[in-house]
Design a protein. Structure first.
Length: 102
């Protein structure tokens, strides 16, 4: 009986570890994806304002991506999705403003 319980506990621990690892990896992927899109948008805005080159664009993209990655570190997956929805709403508002501006 003891061996059967040990095997059952081992299987349960492996399953729990796999679940935790997959959620953690998905959360990191979401943070990285969000950081990339926010970073590329902010870097493009700064590049257009300063009329700088591609190297500055790449540097600023990585900089803003890592900043957003660090800020979203304590967020859960649901909070990251809500943050993404907020960013999409702000981007659409800016797009409408740009299209309507003379």
């Amino acid at each position: 009986m003891n061996l059967a319980n040990n095997m059952k506990n081992f299987a349960g621990n492996v399953q729990q570890g796999a679940k935790t690892a997959s959620v953690s990896m998905f959360q990191r992927f979401m943070r990285l994806l969000t950081g990339f899109f926010v970073g590329i948008v902010l870097a493009l805005i700064i590049q257009e304002l300063t009329q700088s080159g591609t190297l500055v664009l790449v540097f600023l993209t990585i900089l803003f991506m890592m900043l957003v990655f660090r800020v979203l570190r304590s967020f859960s997956i649901l909070q990251i999705i809500i943050f993404q929805a907020f960013c999409i709403l702000v981007a659409n508002s800016l797009r409408m403003y740009i299209m309507m501006a003379p």
